[in-house]
Ligand binder design. Sequence first.
Ligand SMILES: O=C(O)c1ccc[n+]([C@@H]2O[C@H](COP(=O)([O-])O)[C@@H](O)[C@H]2O)c1
Ligand SMILES: Cc1cc2nc[nH]c2cc1C
Length: 355
Amino acid sequence: MPVLPTLSIPALDLETGCTTRDYIETLTKPSGSLGRLEALAVQLAEITADPFPVVTPPGVLVFAADHGVAVEGVSAFPQEVTAQMVQNFLNGGAAINVFSNRIGARLHIVDIGVASDVDGEGLIRKKIRYGTANFIQEDAMTHHEALQAVETGYKQAEEFIHQGIKTLIPGEMGIGNTTASSAILAAISGKDISTLIGQGSGISREKVLYKRQVIEKALSERNPDRSDPIDVLAKLGGLEIAGMAGAMLAATTNRIPILIDGFICTTAALIAKKISDRATDYMMVGHRSAETGHGTAIQLLEKKPLLDLGLRLGEGSGAAVAFPILESASLMVSEMATFASAGVSNQEKRNEPEG
Ligand SMILES: O=C(O)c1ccc[n+]([C@@H]2O[C@H](COP(=O)([O-])O)[C@@H](O)[C@H]2O)c1
Ligand SMILES: Cc1cc2nc[nH]c2cc1C
């Protein structure tokens, strides 16, 4: 049964958030001294409706797909790297494998649209088509395929959640997907394209200018309807971006916090926001990517990143690196002693006026 027509995202549980906020005031520390961790803990309580929110184990869900626009030479790498990296994920050798292990995350890899046949133990095979079409020449995919990709992402995340994950980290792999992401951001924001494009996997300055021309041509040829996120996905791609947006929506309906990764993941988050404004209540942004447009994308999402380490890898890697911050916020609430339980005086020291 299609999920989008009946999508119902619960409102944040503000009352539980208040309970947690008041409880944090009783912990053995000066009021407000754990800064953003305190705000994070309150947001987690509002999301989960649990005054002692639990965020472990996290689940990393990486969607892999190809982009027809890669033939225009907009990436520093050839298209076959998408399939090769999927094998690397399955073999455990990619950054996201290492960082997932570090945080005790479960990791699932979904082929939602790689341009060649890929297989391997553990791969979730949900290929909707062999890559998108080149959006300079024709729509990246049909409206039906875009919807199918969102629904596939939704179902994969829901299954993961039923298996017990408590935080969703969506990730992606797709040569050419920074071009699709910049095009989507330009389409939905109406902002100047120059603030939204960058070096992606490492192209030269000259190539960034060419990438800009490709996107401008595509936008004028395709003319996506910015009020319709499925039309934007269908015209510009990509299958992994649609999959991530669907996965995020599944997390929201199940009261699961979402830790957003870099540029492409944030673009998917903005698509999810277009589908339902409430979706962003459930999101935190793990890091600010070095990709030029990411700052603007985060602003459009109205979020503040947790880290700024100059990363620009994708795969969910930056969010995985940021996850211990979320865990610290959660453990602060569940494991710290209160002033009463520890027998620590809880009176502000007043400086009496002299004389
Ligand atoms: O997450 C990011 O901020 C990010 C920024 C630049 C590149 N990437 C990754 O690099 C690939 C896309 O780069 P490109 O140049 O092929 O468009 C794709 O597999 C992404 O996961 C990811
Ligand atoms: C090698 C490589 C690894 C990646 N991981 C995510 N995107 C990537 C792009 C490239 C090129």
